[in-house]
Design a protein around this ligand. Structure first.
Ligand code: ATP
Ligand code: MG
Length: 403
């Protein structure tokens, strides 16, 4: 099969293929971008695979960066773009179920495509826009089927992360999983306990953020794979709530929103320890906590101007959209209105700072000054005090005089 129109990202990268070929080696576009090009979906990261060894690639191009030479990957910088060029390789048995113990560079495209996870991810595209399909991937694309390359049991046993990747592709492509592939996922799911949590997080997160997330989540549930993910063992009913509570067309807008909803459905006692198990960043944890705090506030009362100041418009709107998806009352206009009333969005915007007050009024650092500053901030946010030097200093003088 030949692509009718070659996406511009590939066109731009054609000279790279030509250069490698002129030096006597093979080179192809490979990976998800070929799949997406066939599906006429937008493509990202153009990956190139070549029979040239890393050292040979480095001789062909003048600007290269070593990023993972032992795995065969060299970055090539051409025309303001960065391309990942990876030598055709095979992978040896995965001793610890995490990473291949050794990769072997090979000169054969077929060997390289064989190691790839799913037939729809195992295409190569040559410089004539011809798709090389050695494992029936085109037929699987047609049937919207996700099928492991080769013996599914072996493939998931080699690398259990592929199980999560599979579920994530269900979610991004809306495909169904072929029967043998599905049962092999189930049979090897326990091996996920050996995979790094960070990598599993990335896949579950992508699953939740993708257009067919409901389908992905349903498959996660019906495969029983969730039992082997951090903190999700025996959580079928809670996870099912994610599907039942939200209106079918709902798409999560941010990862924080998705994970906050997950935490809520699970009725997690400590968000902190839950997200620690998932090894997320402190910043991510904080946003999830804030989202849940706002969600709680909204169960009790309306949003105030102070809330908008404290949590920010974005977090609050994400709560409003969750409420909308759950059939609860929501009011984006109110959030915008309150946000518009704020004369500051951050205390650093206050025109008089602590050191200025210390100099002007011979104050010392400590609780008294801290209280004064936070009172100024609160009064400005409430709209009772203008954020001007004159107004703030007269507020401070009145305060000091009354002590
Ligand atoms: P996306 O569109 O999300 O980037 P992708 O298919 O490009 O999806 P990547 O993680 O970018 O996925 O990997 C690029 C390619 O490398 C895949 O298409 C697949 O051929 C191969 N690959 C990646 N991870 C694995 C794995 N764990 N096992 C086997 N092959 C893999
Ligand atoms: Mg990719």
């Amino acid at each position: 099969m030949r692509l009718k129109t070659l996406p511009s990202e590939f066109q731009k990268a054609l000279p790279i293929l030509s250069k490698i070929k002129e030096s006597g080696y093979d080179a192809y576009f490979v990976g998800g971008s070929v799949r997406d090009a066939i599906l006429e979906r937008p493509i990202h990261d153009v990956d190139i695979a070549s029979s040239a060894y890393p050292e040979e690639i480095k001789k062909i191009f003048s600007r290269t960066v070593d990023v993972g030479i032992e795995h065969g990957t060299v970055l090539v910088l051409e025309e303001d773009e960065v391309y990942e060029i990876t030598t055709f390789r095979t992978e040896e048995a995965y001793v610890d179920y995490r990473r291949p113990s050794q990769v072997h560079f090979v000169r054969s495209l077929k060997e390289d495509l064989k190691r790839r996870d799913f037939t729809v991810n195992a295409f190569a595209l040559n410089n004539d826009s011809e798709v090389i399909d050695l494992f029936g991937g085109l037929q699987d694309l047609e049937k919207k089927t996700l099928r492991a390359v080769g013996d599914a049991k072996e493939r998931f046993n080699e690398d259990a992360l592929r199980i999560m990747r599979g579920l994530r592709f269900v979610s991004s492509l809306g495909f169904s999983i072929e029967e043998k592939t599905f049962s092999a996922m189930m049979a090897n799911a326990n091996l996920l306990e050996k995979i790094s949590v960070e990598r599993i997080f990335i896949e579950l997160d992508k699953l939740l953020m993708a257009p067919f997330w409901r389908k992905g989540l349903e498959q996660l549930l019906s495969s029983d794979v969730y039992h082997f993910l951090p903190e999700l063992k025996n959580s079928k009913e809670s996870l099912q709530l994610m599907l039942d509570e939200l209106t079918p067309s709902f798409q999560f807008e941010t990862s924080e929103q998705a994970w906050a909803n997950l935490v809520m459905c699970l009725q997690v006692k400590s968000i902190k320890s839950f997200l620690k198990k998932w090894k997320t960043s402190n910043e991510f944890q904080k946003s999830v906590e804030n989202l849940l705090a706002v969600y709680q506030i909204r169960l009790e009362r309306d949003i105030s101007r102070q809330d908008v100041y404290r949590f920010g418009k974005s977090i609050i709107n994400q709560v409003e959209s969750l409420r909308e998806a759950k059939g609860l009352s929501f009011n984006y206009d109110k959030v915008s209105e309150l946000d518009g009333q704020l004369s500051i969005h951050d205390k650093r915007e206050i025109v008089v700072n602590g050191s200025k007050l210390m100099t002007l009024y011979q104050l010392k650092p400590g609780p008294k000054l801290g209280k004064l500053l936070s009172d100024i901030e609160r009064q400005i946010v409430a709209g009772h005090l203008d954020n001007t030097e004159k107004a703030i200093l007269s507020f401070v003088e009145r305060r000091l005089a009354s002590e």
